[in-house]
Design a binder for this molecule. Structure first.
Ligand code: ATP
Length: 500
């Protein structure tokens, strides 16, 4: 938190009256505030919803349970405030109350006018809506997540404390990569847990560390860390898209050298296309090829029950993603979030869209965005303009060669011993599945295997597969003309074809 500490001290020295620290990591932030207060030789007063305490004198100022009466006490006697740092916790619950707003403004004014000397009010809470009346007095400060070096130091300190053996470099680097994007308190808890079982920090702790990170990411609201199982070899076809991603993987893997050579940081890709044709699969495979974690942003949730907090959720998600670099950020169903912008979409959606666009435009971090979408007609044109994404691809129903590959992949995954025999009839299977998407073909293979098992057959045969094909309604059967319309809209916009 060295940058946070530096900024906080700068703001204190400059006499800024109200500093809003946007955080959930109260423990670590309070430690830093304490250090900064000591450095400036200022006393610390804390109101924590239950009471107000003056830490310098180590006594309770008074049992002030309500924020109003706590601030009133501070206001009645300015001498209480001279040379003090006042921390008000969980202020987000009260910033819609006119009496709190006016009291905070009064204190801020008094500080600005020099009636209260050397005093700073720190509001400690996750960021909510800032009332307009306080905007001119308030400065927002967001503590950064621990850097790689800081995480490394935390691990090594913890190991020393516990008399354990330091992990090998490769393992240490892997742990650091997983722990990136977590708060100091969270990292500390995870390390303690890892050391608690057998007193050592080794490869056997990785699954637990990963699981904890997944949970913490999930708690952030709209992000989820995906367990990557698929690789490029699990995708049948989409050769042009795969080649393009492998090129980016090369840059990603050697970013420092590439940057020195003049290569720009890859921004990301938008993959539009028909349902069930491998878009999500590609996001997973890309993270695998880049050797980085895959974070998924759930746009549905962003716009759903979290509407009131959607902007702060979006900012938090972006901050967490950036802190987790290098990573792939997969934004699924992009159109769900940004539909209707410019055509009567809500004000919140428009602001969210602005935040997202600015981030994409200015992004310098090693976060590779993979956005996937079906109905691109619903997407605002600004998003499709060149420069936002490095490239926009469209995936369509698989052609013959691709269908053959997809059959092979899914049979090989489940019944590798039967693939050779089925291959003799592969051309027929491919002919019979014109208009099927990848997910349809996977479904056919699964159903055929189930049938073979129920019929007590020893092997999966091509006739089982043909029977399953007969029983399947393909994507073209279901969507009909809509598929042609979709294809036309991709071609009109000159998106790149993902398949050869
Ligand atoms: P949606 O737009 O509905 O989210 P999608 O294009 O993201 O669909 P996926 O979720 O990637 O589709 O595909 C669903 C499943 O179908 C995959 O998990 C995979 O098993 C299978 N599949 C689809 N396309 C392919 C492909 N090209 N190669 C191999 N399997 C495929």
């Amino acid at each position: 938190m060295s940058k946070f500490k530096e900024k906080l001290e700068q703001y204190m020295d400059a006499g800024l009256p109200l500093i809003y620290v946007d955080t959930l990591d109260y423990g670590a932030v309070m430690k830093t505030i304490q250090v900064s207060a000591d450095r400036a030789r200022r006393g610390l007063i804390i109101w924590d919803q239950r009471r107000m305490r003056d830490l310098q004198d180590n006594i309770n100022v008074e049992e002030k349970e309500s924020i109003d009466s706590a601030i009133d006490t501070l206001l009645t006697d300015h001498s209480n405030l001279k040379n003090k740092l006042v921390v008000i916790e969980d202020v987000h619950f009260f910033l819609n109350k006119p009496e709190v707003i006016s009291r905070l403004r009064e204190i801020a004014n008094d500080i600005n006018e020099g009636k209260i000397e050397d005093c700073t009010i720190i509001l400690l809470a996750p960021l909510g809506d800032i009332p307009k009346e306080l905007e001119n007095y308030m400065t927002i400060l967001v503590p950064e997540y621990p850097t790689e070096q800081e995480i490394k130091d935390m691990i090594l300190d913890k190991i020393e404390e516990n008399d354990a053996r330091p992990p090998e470099k490769v393992l240490l680097d892997r742990m650091i990569m997983i722990l990136k994007g977590l708060s100091e308190t969270a990292i500390d808890t995870i390390l303690s847990l890892a050391l608690a079982d057998d007193g050592s920090l080794d490869a056997s702790d990785l699954p637990m560390i990963m699981e904890q990170k997944q949970q913490m990411v999930k708690k952030s609201g709209i992000l989820e860390m995906v367990n990557v199982k698929n690789s490029m070899d699990d995708i049948g076809g989409l050769e042009i898209l795969k080649d393009w991603l492998m090129r980016k993987a090369e840059i990603f893997g050697n970013y420092t050298t590439a940057k020195e050579f003049g290569v720009e940081a890859p921004k990301g890709v938008l993959i539009a296309g028909m349902p069930g044709c491998g878009k999500s699969l590609t996001a997973e495979a890309a993270a695998n090829a880049f050797h980085v974690p895959l974070l998924r942003m759930d746009m549905g949730r962003l716009m759903g029950k979290y509407v009131g907090e959607s902007e702060s959720n979006m900012r938090r998600a972006i901050q967490l993603t950036e802190a987790s670099e290098p990573c792939v950020l997969w934004i699924d169903e992009l159109e769900k979030a940004f539909a209707g912008i410019g055509g009567g979409g809500s004000e919140v959606t428009t602001r969210l869209f602005g935040t997202f666009l600015t981030w994409m435009q200015e992004k310098k971090s090693m976060v590779f965005v993979i956005a996937t979408a079906n109905k691109i007609q619903q997407l605002p044109p600004e998003l499709l303009r060149k420069g936002r994404f490095d490239e926009i691809f469209y995936v369509e129903l698989p052609n013959k060669t691709e269908r053959k590959k997809i059959f092979e992949i899914h049979i090989k995954k489940r019944r590798p011993q039967d693939l050779q025999a089925i291959s003799k009839d592969m051309n027929e299977l491919v002919e019979k599945t014109e208009g099927y998407c990848g997910a349809d073909i996977e479904g056919v293979v699964r159903e055929a295997i189930e049938t073979a098992f129920v019929k007590k057959e020893d092997t999966l045969s091509s006739s089982d597969i043909k029977e399953a094909i007969k029983n399947t309604n393909s994507l073209s059967d279901i969507m009909g003309d809509d598929l042609d319309k979709m294809k036309k809209s991709y071609e009109e916009r000159k998106f790149k074809k993902a398949s050869r």
